[in-house]
Design a protein around this ligand. Sequence first.
Ligand code: SF4
Length: 388
Amino acid sequence: MPAKVFWGSPRQTQLEERETLPAKLDLIIEQLNLRERVKDKRVAIKMHLGFNTGYSMVHPVFVRKVVQAIKDGGGHPFVTDNPSAVETAHMRGYTAETLGCALHPAAGLDDKWFYTQPHQFMNVSEFQIGGAIKEADFMVDLAHVKGHPCTSYGAAIKNIGIGCMTGTTRGQMHDVSHFAPYVFKDKIRDEAHRLAIRESCPYGAIVDDRSDPGGLHLHHYKCNNCLRCQAVADGAFEIQREAFMAFLKVMNVGAKLVLDTFAPGNTTFISLATQMTPLCDCFGFTGMAVLPDAGIFGSDDPVAIDHAVIDMTAQTPLIEANLPGMMEIVTREGHPWQWIHGPYKDPYEQLSHAEQIGMGNCGYELVDVLPFTEPDFKQDTYVQAVRS
Ligand code: SF4
């Protein structure tokens, strides 16, 4: 049976508060029965609190509503993220006073309070899940939707699949893209050939390998799969789709392990698709939005909610005038996030994999919590505007 995804459109028929996104969040909270599900439970609200001067994350106005609903239901909420983001959260407006509840680092002040979950995925043999996540009874995954150079986008799954892990595990998860060999030194003809490969990338994604003199290293997050380097590599350096998809898949694996620490029915997901910048909130600054606001989503199914977000944002035009000068459109196939971050970072394949490993359903029913209605200008009393 398709999962329900509740959706609040960013469009308003009337310019009234009851039609704004915070008001639609109230309707989504009701549909999710959040108050009824959290009595006497310790509730982790997993967010991305950003870094430095970023200001496009989920605004405290929305967080407060989630916090208040949990309190109204007799739950005990706290907001959580990685230690650095929590330590500096006040610089971006997130404090116990503005949010209405405490903020705790997911794995403690030193990132050393974690629960080890053995699981083999390529180079990763165990996942260190934050102790605050493990000790919570219920989790609200409150995500900001945005672009991401490693995964093309970040939303509900990424917020927990990477965001609930210690820094050690996050580093190992990023390294899955280096698991399969992609540099073949026996095919590098000479130093001039090696340098030609390195210099062929206009984004500086190919660098010297610090641990292997005479080799090369690819920064996957900088690579948009333009394939310029393939024209000079002659098989000595390969841009492999599987290497990029490996990171999207390990993110799914991490999210599944996190969700498995909760009893069935004790997780829910809310995603805000506004101010969608090309890069993640973790970059510590906010650029111009490159997709129009798509509203607010809520569901008990992490796969369905991310799929709904991806489907909705695929229908809207990329705001090309807002792209930073160094970012080019390398393809117009797939999702707009793939256009700018690379076709090998495929959200549809990632969500299909998430469904395969039992995280949820790609199929969903979208329920608009307050449908937009076209104003009726054809009533009998209507008078034609003089200047129309
Ligand atoms: S595919 Fe393009 S972006 Fe990626 S390393 Fe090669 S030249 Fe650089």
